[in-house]
Design a protein around this ligand. Structure first.
Ligand code: LUZ
Ligand code: MOS
Length: 756
């Protein structure tokens, strides 16, 4: 009914009327915060002197760990992260103090006058160094299926190799920020740009030494999150809250881009090794991988991200013997964090690299090996989940048929025969991504629905709108269930007082979890209203249907309106509000055995990427990306297509141009948009096509519409291998390396590697 609804924010965004944290009209006496962070990546603080800074007029107070009334601790999974450094610093960019002043300008002047001295300690910047020095966040994790050792002995081909994938900057358009102010009786309200309102409420309560009910977190919307605000919006919000607690005045802090880039963590770089074994008929019989995750200086979400790497280490292939291990390596970089895909893409890059290596060694096309090993119904993943409703082969075949794969391949071969300077490459990238938080207890959500007596509706959920259009989807669920128009429903802010104990908006699961809660709440309300309507129409309640603001008896429209039923319900003192809870059924995972059924379902798809490399310059263009994607029965194709295209481009950026660079001192070199390149309109593929693989949609989805946030990012991985294939057709002495991003510099080196 509402399937073609536009993102309800589009009008406000276009006119610049949508509100973000920085747009909130500030209260009188609002003060401005600014973090003073470490320039040293590892050291002891031997001396710190605020006295010069404190002399500046308009400076109110400089906060540090001594001002904390509760506990100086913000670690979510592992309590290993201080809000403000005490005696030591562990990464450059680590917050040491928080300057509060009458203006941002004054705060900045003060920051420049703080004097600090360090006694330097050894700095680790790479995962490999960390492993050598036994520097870990926690114990390693391993998944096992079958017996790899025995299986390798029976393989006809066994190869070993290594792969590296770099980090990725979230580069949300809206930088991190918050606005906190005092309420009465020591209560505090925090407005934040966060994916996880409850996370802030919980951590703030701990640091401030007060109970959660004294803190209200409110989120209007985010100008992008991508995982970067799942855990890392917390620190700033709490700093502002600490200041509010002491000063009893409103405190605002919006990070500028440089500070945000320097102080926040990114996607985890991974250094990995693999061993892969196949039989003559190209069946992968055994796969081993060791993943070294560069976690940064504190756990943040690293353990959960490491776990998801293991879940996706075999992508959408069936491999009967698997042994994978991941180490979360502690380094002196800002704690790396969630980023769309959450360790999954890093895992998939390694198996795709292994397959590419085999193909190269055997002198065959990579896609033959991929195709020979696609997952079938009832195959078992290494973590014990049996795959059902598998669409791996369907999406692969559908991509081949719909996009006329044979002729695409022939065109590439033909082009390469006829051209010397330019070479084309083509690759296929199938994906399978598990939907659910891998941490089972996080898979639940709530919705609070009020029907006002005039028939209008207020809808609150735990979902955070960050540009993914989740609010539009929630509105669709409410309108379709209640049979009313969109104008009647208002999406409220995400607020911990209205909807408590929320999981962060993450894991592609927000629409599923919160949508199911909305559905439940609206169905309960509708049930009560149907009774009222049936009395008014003197007919059986089973025949009542709510549709387009009117009441129908079976398919026959009556004159009775939604408003009239609501008004009557009010007179009859029927409850017009409902608070519902939804928890994903069936999922479970046993970490002691590393086996279970962690995902509600998987999302499948296949992309075909064609690139053209300029073999003189090393530059390249992406000619086309053609995808067949498993939407289930999409509840809003416009929005879902936007997610597929956006995810793809973000994946391409990660694989080709986004190059995070730290020097040996742990200082971020790619600290501006001049040195960190992300895809712009000129670097997107010239042609993007998406064909929906209309599948049944799983019962655990919202209205049969599958989760769509993260999976498409992994289509971007195909770009790496398409470029590699183009290089291979130019330079037959090129020795394959798997080291992303495949920047033009690296492409150029590869083109002329071993060429006399
Ligand atoms: N966040 C999280 C996530 O806490 N757990 C997950 O499994 C997850 N997956 C993807 C993205 N964010
Ligand atoms: Mo996330 S990577 O916040 O779903």
């Amino acid at each position: 009914m509402t399937k073609t609804m536009k993102n309800i924010d589009s009008f406000g965004h276009l006119r610049g009327e949508s509100l973000f944290v920085d747009d909130i009209i500030t209260k009188q006496n609002t003060l401005y915060g600014l973090v003073f962070d470490s320039i040293c990546a590892h050291g002891k603080i031997t001396k710190i002197d605020f006295s010069q800074a404190e002399k500046i007029e308009g400076l109110v107070k400089i906060f540090s760990h001594q001002d904390i009334l509760g506990v100086n601790q913000i670690g979510g999974i592992i309590p290993d992260e201080l809000l403000w450094a005490e005696n030591e610093v562990h990464f450059a960019g680590q917050p040491i103090a928080f300057i509060v002043a009458e203006s941002e300008f004054i705060a900045k002047k003060a920051r420049a006058l703080i004097k600090v001295e360090f006694k330097k300690l050894p700095i680790i910047t790479t995962a490999k160094e960390a492993k050598e020095k036994n520097s870990f966040i926690n114990a390693p994790r391993s998944f096992k299926l079958g017996d790899t050792n025995k299986s390798f002995e029976n393989c006809d081909h066994v190869f070993e190799g290594e792969a590296f994938s770099n980090g990725q900057e979230h580069l949300y358009l809206e930088t991190q920020g918050c606005y906190a102010y005092p309420m009465e009786n020591g209560n505090i309200k925090i407005i934040s740009s966060t994916q996880g309102p409850t996370q802030i409420q919980k951590a703030a309560a701990k640091v401030l030494g007060i109970s959660m009910h004294k803190i209200e977190v409110d989120v209007i919307r985010l100008g992008g999150g991508f995982g970067g605000k799942e855990d890392q919006a917390t620190a700033w919000a709490i700093m502002a809250a600490v200041a509010v607690q002491h000063l009893k005045k409103p405190v605002k802090y919006i990070l500028n881009r440089h500070d945000d880039l320097r102080m926040t963590g990114k996607r985890h770089p991974y250094e990995s090794t693999f061993k892969i074994g196949l039989t003559k008929d190209l069946k992968i019989k055994a796969f081993e991988a060791e993943f070294l995750q560069n976690s940064g200086a504190a756990a943040d979400l690293s353990p959960a991200i490491a776990e998801r790497t293991l879940f996706h280490a075999t992508n959408c292939y069936f491999i009967p013997n698997v042994k994978t291990t991941v180490y979360s390596c502690k380094t002196n970089l800002p704690p790396n964090t969630a980023f769309r895909g959450f360790g999954g893409p890093q895992g998939m890059f390694v198996i795709e690299s292994a397959i590419a290596m085999v193909a190269d060694k055997l002198g065959i096309n990579k896609r033959l090996i991929q195709e020979a090993n696609l997952l079938s119904e009832n195959d078992e993943f290494s973590y014990g989940q049996v795959a059902t409703e598998v669409e791996a082969k369907n999406s692969w075949q559908s991509a081949k048929d719909n996009f006329n794969f044979k002729s695409l391949e022939n065109e590439v071969a033909d082009f390469n025969r006829k051209n010397d300077r330019f070479k084309k490459g083509i690759s296929v990238m199938p994906i399978a991504f598990g939907i659910s938080f891998t941490n089972t207890p996080m898979n639940h959500a709530r919705a609070l629905v009020h029907i006002y007596q005039d028939g209008s509706v207020g809808l609150s959920t735990g979902a955070v709108e960050m540009g993914q259009s989740v609010n539009t989807k929630m509105l669709q669920v409410a309108c379709d269930t209640l049979g009313i128009d969109a104008e009647k429903v208002k999406l409220e802010t995400t607020n911990t007082t209205r909807v408590a104990n929320t999981s962060p908006s993450a894991a592609s699961s927000t629409a599923d979890l919160n949508g199911k809660a909305v559905l439940k709440a609206c169905n309960s309300l509708k049930g009560r209203l149907k009774k009222v309507a049936s009395k008014m129409l003197k007919t059986d309640v089973k025949k009542i249907i709510f549709n387009s603001n009117y009441i129908f008896i079976n398919n026959k429209k009556t004159k009775l309106t939604w408003q009239e039923v609501v008004a009557q319900a009010m007179l009859e003192r029927v409850a017009l509000s409902e608070n519902s809870h939804y928890a994903t059924p069936e999922i479970h995972f046993d970490k002691t055995k590393e086996k279970g059924h962690p995902f509600a379902y998987h999302v499948y798809g296949t992309s075909i990427t064609t690139v053209t490399v300029d073999c003189l310059k090393g530059t390249y263009e992406i000619d086309s990306v053609k995808m067949v994607h498993d939407f289930g029965k999409s509840m809003n194709m416009g929005i879902d297509m936007g997610q597929v295209e956006g995810g793809l481009i973000q994946g391409i950026g990660w694989m080709t141009m986004e190059e995070i660079s730290y020097d040996k001192q742990g200082k971020l070199l790619s600290n501006a948009l001049s040195t960190y390149k992300i895809p712009d309109i000129y670097s997107v593929p010239k042609n993007i096509e998406t064909i929906p693989l209309e599948t049944e949609g799983n019962k655990m989805t919202i209205n049969k519409s599958k989760a769509v946030g993260e999976p498409p990012l992994m289509y971007g991985i195909g770009t790496y291998f398409a470029i590699q294939n183009a290089i291979k057709s130019f330079n037959n002495k090129y020795k394959l390396i798997f080291h992303s991003p495949f920047t033009p510099e690296k492409v150029l080196m590869s083109l002329y590697e071993n060429v006399e």
